[in-house]
Design a protein around this ligand. Structure first.
Ligand code: RIB
Ligand code: CA
Length: 306
């Protein structure tokens, strides 16, 4: 089993990533840390607790992290995920609370005590991960598999993907870490557009599959308006799926730098795909996805969650 921590901002696709992790015996979900991003920290934390309770996994600890970026103004993606951050399906309020430790203290304690190097799976802005690396370094960490960035166009701006755009300084700290980092960007996750066919397959798997399909339905509203798609790219679930079946995502070991000076290109991940510079490779960058295999894995695993 691979011990992981999901650092997330639920968020519709974060919620699906969390359910996929819970459904996968290959992974030992040590806990969840939350960050601002799709909504405020309070709302993303409440959503993480609600999703865990939906499937009877209140045993999984949730630790609250950053409420704002390292330096930038707080901007949340309510225009995509709604006022609650998880609009759409009916989901009762959580009856549980996060742990008393903040995310950094909780991460330090859990990583130190894990006995096996821990994989971090950030699926929101990278503020928590950057702060952790700056405070504790990479000891006890196996790798980072993050959802964020893009080789090509962005989604928050023409140049930048939201998670990186939200806190570009944090993202650069992560790419500068002397650690095995994998970047699952939009070039890959936009191949995971979950349309009516997959939504139908999810519904047929049972209660949790219906919940996931309802998340996708709401998440589709923004993507239909923006891209004309009849479905939503469940970005964060691809990062978890890559841990379960590495070959699903084709990656290239390349240099990635984050634009932090320009306003026009703030948060752009500049990926040196064709070795145009001498900059050293620092990340495995996703370039392609086996979409059918991804959806087969998702439907199969979601069907096993209670
Ligand atoms: O740009 C997509 C990413 O931003 C996803 O992780 C989504 O949940 C939001 O956090
Ligand atoms: Ca996210």
């Amino acid at each position: 089993m691979t011990p992981i921590v999901l650092d997330c901002d639920p968020g519709h696709d974060d919620a699906i990533a969390l359910l996929l992790a819970l459904a996968s015996p290959e992974l030992e979900l040590l806990g969840v840390t939350t960050t601002y991003g799709n909504q405020t920290l309070e709302k993303t934390t409440a959503n993480a607790l609600r999703v865990l309770e939906l499937v009877g996994r209140q045993d999984v600890p949730v630790a609250m992290g950053a409420s704002a970026p390292l330096e930038r103004e707080l901007v949340v993606a309510a225009h995509v995920h709604g006022e609650s951050g998880l609009d759409g399906p009916t989901l009762p309020p959580a009856s549980t609370e996060p742990v008393s430790d903040d995310a950094l203290a909780w991460l330090a304690r859990v990583i130190d005590g894990a006995g096996t190097p821990v994989t971090l799976v950030p699926t929101g802005p990278l503020t928590n991960v950057a702060r952790y690396l700056e405070t504790h370094g990479t000891a006890g960490l196996e790798r980072i598999v993050l959802m964020g960035g893009a080789i090509a166009e962005g989604n928050m701006t023409p140049a930048a993907e939201f998670n990186i755009w939200a806190d570009p300084e944090a993202a650069q700290i992560v790419f500068d870490a002397e650690l095995d980092v994998t970047m699952i960007g939009l070039d890959v996750t936009h191949k995971a557009v979950t349309g009516p066919g997959v939504q139908r397959r999810l519904r047929e798997t049972g209660r949790v599959g219906v919940f996931v399909a309802e998340l996708v339905e709401l998440f589709t509203v923004y993507h239909r308006q923006t891209y004309g798609w009849d479905g939503a790219p469940i970005h964060d679930a691809v990062a978890v799926a890559h841990l379960l079946a590495p070959d699903l995502v084709e990656t290239r070991l390349r240099n990635v730098e984050v634009e932090r000076d320009s306003e026009l290109c703030r948060g752009r991940t500049v990926v040196d795909l064709w070795h145009r510079t001498e900059r050293p490779a620092n990340a495995h960058v996703g370039v392609d996805l086996d979409t059918d295999a991804f959806f087969d894995l998702l439907v199969d695993r979601i069907g096993t969650v209670g």
